[in-house]
Every structure is written in structure tokens, then in C-alpha cells.
Design a protein around this ligand. Structure first.
Ligand code: NDP
Length: 326
């Protein structure tokens, strides 16, 4: 099978698109012929080696995949079933989906939602599914459209862009924080009411600032997340899923203890199956297809996956990238 193989030696990391011996596929109960994959931020980290996301070598990268079951020993799946995979350590500790075949644990798979094509599920990918988890976290903590505007950070990215589309469809006023203020029409087409220059959230945070947001979806972390917390209104919630600017949290407990603000942590990788199914059902219902198309910046062949991984880390990708594996 053709696929990307990331290897490590004393000389460093090498990424090769090569013919991989299928005998090397990991032990698991379902074999999938992969049709599409995608490039998430984490795939970019794997290709560039910028953070240690790969914990087993050699590794086939690709944390997301959509395809058709070709062999199964799992009770819920048979050859011909269309499935999707997001996370579970695939592409980190278990060979992933940037290859023609993947052998996966059936307990990780979900059936492709009927409302989406395989291509569309990868246009959404982990980034879009995580955006949905963030929106669900706000809803579950009582952030309703009447409570006020919702801030989305990292808006030019996959998580941020999908969050804007979802929140606006659900009736929220969305403020998009971005370093691409020159692309206002894109953000407004996704559903943002206004743009905020991301530099405004990058300064040293005060313990409490003027109350602006009923809630926030943050994929940036660091000072941006702390500023979002300090600007969140009494009783609001910030859903934090990312670290595009850093993993640190240089802040104060003031928003929590003086304004009852909630910091909701969002993890997509180990989220239970029931939560994933719920998120994909909600995506099917609430993600407008024309906005998904707008979010999908490019479809590339497998050969371009590494280049796209480097580009996402360099901040050169807007929205989402689909990788056509066939
Ligand atoms: P993208 O690269 O598509 O988007 C990240 C966006 O963040 C960029 O487009 C940019 O937006 C902004 N950004 C990048 N660098 C900086 C910086 N130094 N300072 C401020 N803003 C910056 O990535 P994804 O949307 O796929 O993922 C976003 C984050 O969420 C990543 O950290 C990723 O690891 C994390 N993530 C976490 C998941 C989880 O399970 N918790 C699942 C999925 C993603 P703009 O140009 O508009 O400013």
C-alpha cells in the first residue's frame, strides 16, 4: 500500500511517501480502505516534528480518515460499510490514515453520517468535530444567543472557522478574532458579525477586564485564552481546545471566583463514542453545506500531505484541507 511513513534516526526525522508492507499494519479488528484524510494542526506537528505527537516509530501519520471496510472481525462492521475515524491516538501511537489502508479498532469507528459524503467528513475532520464539541460545551453551560456575543479565536483555522459557521447558524452573534483582518468578507460569509484583530488579545492580561463575551471558543491558548477569560461576562463559559499560540496559561483565578466564569476543557482524541456520535449528528444538522464548502480551502493528492502539514504550522492554510488518498 502507498502511504506516508515517518521514521526517526540519529540524523533526525524523515518523511517518505512510499510503498509500505501491509504486514506492518498494527493488530486491530477492522481494515479500512481509506478514501480521504485531512491535515489537522496535529498532522502538521507530526510532519514537522515541531512537537512530539508521534510516540511510536516508524509511524504512518493521519489522525482522521474516511473510507470503506474491507475486512472485519468486529461485530458492528462488515466489508462495504462506510466509516470515519477521528483521533484515538491514531497517527500518534497507532498507524494512521495518510495511507491507502488503515487497520483500526472497531470500537473507534463510527458510521459515516448519511448526510455527508466521505469527502465532506474529512472537510470537517477532527478540527470541525472539535468545534462542535466546543459549541456543545457552551450550550450545556447555559450560553444562549440572548446572553450576548460569543468570541471565536483562531478564526482563520479549521476549528475557528467551523465554530463561526455553527454558532451563527444557531443564532449567536459571533466575533471572529484573527490575524487576517484583511479577509473580513470570508469571516462574514461564514457568519461572523464582526472581526477583532487578534493582537488585541495578545497583550498581557489583566485579572479582570470589561465584560464583553457570553462565551468563547478558543483554539489559541496562552495570553489569548487568558484575555478571553478576563473579558467573559458573569456566569459565562470559555471552551478551550487549542494551543496555536502556546500551552501556557498565564492568568489569574479572578474570572472564576469573582464572575463565576467556567473554563471548559475540550478533548476530541479520547472523547467517548456516545459524545462523538452526538457531535456528528449535530454537525449533520447544524453545519450549513455552503459554509463547509467555503471553509474547505483545497483538496490535495496524498503526495502533497507533507507540504500541507508544513503550511498549516506556518499559518499559511485558511480553513480546511482534504487529502484524496485514492
Ligand atoms: P489551524 O492551524 O487550522 O488554525 C489555527 C489558527 O490559530 C490559525 O489559523 C490562526 O488563525 C491562529 N494562530 C496560529 N498561530 C497563532 C499564534 N501564534 N497566535 C495567535 N493565533 C494563532 O489549526 P486547527 O484549527 O486545526 O487547530 C487549532 C488548535 O486546536 C491547535 O492548537 C490544535 O492542536 C488544537 N486542536 C485540539 C483538539 C482537541 O481535541 N483539544 C482537536 C483539534 C485541534 P488566524 O490566522 O485567524 O489568526
Amino acid at each position: 500500500m502507498r502511504g506516508w511513513l515517518i521514521e526517526k534516526s540519529d540524523a533526525g526525522q524523515t518523511n517518505t511517501l512510499t510503498e509500505i508492507d501491509e504486514a506492518g499494519l498494527p493488530e486491530a479488528d477492522v481494515t479500512v480502505e481509506v478514501a480521504y484524510s485531512t491535515i489537522n494542526y496535529k498532522d502538521g506537528l507530526a510532519f514537522t516534528g515541531k512537537a512530539p505527537v508521534i510516540r511510536k516509530w516508524p509511524m504512518v501519520p493521519g489522525i482522521d480518515g474516511a473510507g470503506t471496510v474491507i475486512e472485519s472481525r468486529h461485530k458492528d462492521f462488515k466489508p462495504g460499510d462506510e466509516v470515519i475515524l477521528n483521533g484515538w491516538g491514531v497517527g500518534e501511537t497507532h498507524w494512521g490514515c495518510l495511507a491507502e489502508k488503515a487497520r483500526l479498532n472497531g470500537d473507534w469507528l463510527i458510521r459515516k453520517p448519511t448526510g455527508f459524503s466521505a469527502y465532506q467528513t474529512m472537510a470537517i475532520g477532527t478540527a470541525g468535530y472539535t468545534a462542535m464539541l466546543c459549541v456543545m460545551a457552551l450550550e450545556e453551560r447555559g450560553v444562549t444567543p440572548e446572553k450576548g456575543p460569543v468570541l471565536v479565536t483562531g478564526s482563520g483555522g479549521g476549528v475557528g472557522g467551523t465554530a463561526i459557521a455553527l454558532l451563527s447558524k444557531l443564532g449567536y452573534e459571533v466575533i471572529a478574532s484573527t490575524g487576517r483582518a484583511d479577509q473580513e468578507s470570508y469571516f462574514k460569509s461564514l457568519g461572523a458579525s464582526a472581526i477583532l484583530d487578534r493582537a488585541e488579545l495578545e497583550g498581557d492580561p489583566r485579572p479582570l477586564a470589561k465584560e464583553r463575551w457570553a462565551g468563547a471558543v478558543d483554539s489559541v491558548g496562552s495570553k489569548t485564552l487568558v484575555n478571553a477569560l478576563s473579558q467573559t461576562k458573569y456566569g459565562g463559559t470559555v471552551a478551550a481546545c487549542g494551543l496555536a499560540a502556546g500551552m501556557d496559561l498565564p492568568g489569574s483565578v479572578a474570572p472564576f471566583i469573582l464572575r463565576g466564569v467556567t473554563l471548559a476543557g475540550i478533548d476530541s482524541v479520547m472523547a467517548p463514542l456516545s459524545r462523538r456520535r452526538m457531535a456528528w449528528e449535530r454537525l449533520d444538522r447544524d453545519l450549513e453545506r455552503d459554509k463547509l464548502e467555503l471553509l474547505t480551502s483545497v483538496e490535495v493528492p496524498l503526495a502533497k500531505a507533507e507540504e500541507m502539514g508544513q503550511a498549516i504550522i506556518a499559518g499559511k492554510i485558511r480553513g480546511r484541507v482534504v487529502v484524496n488518498v485514492r
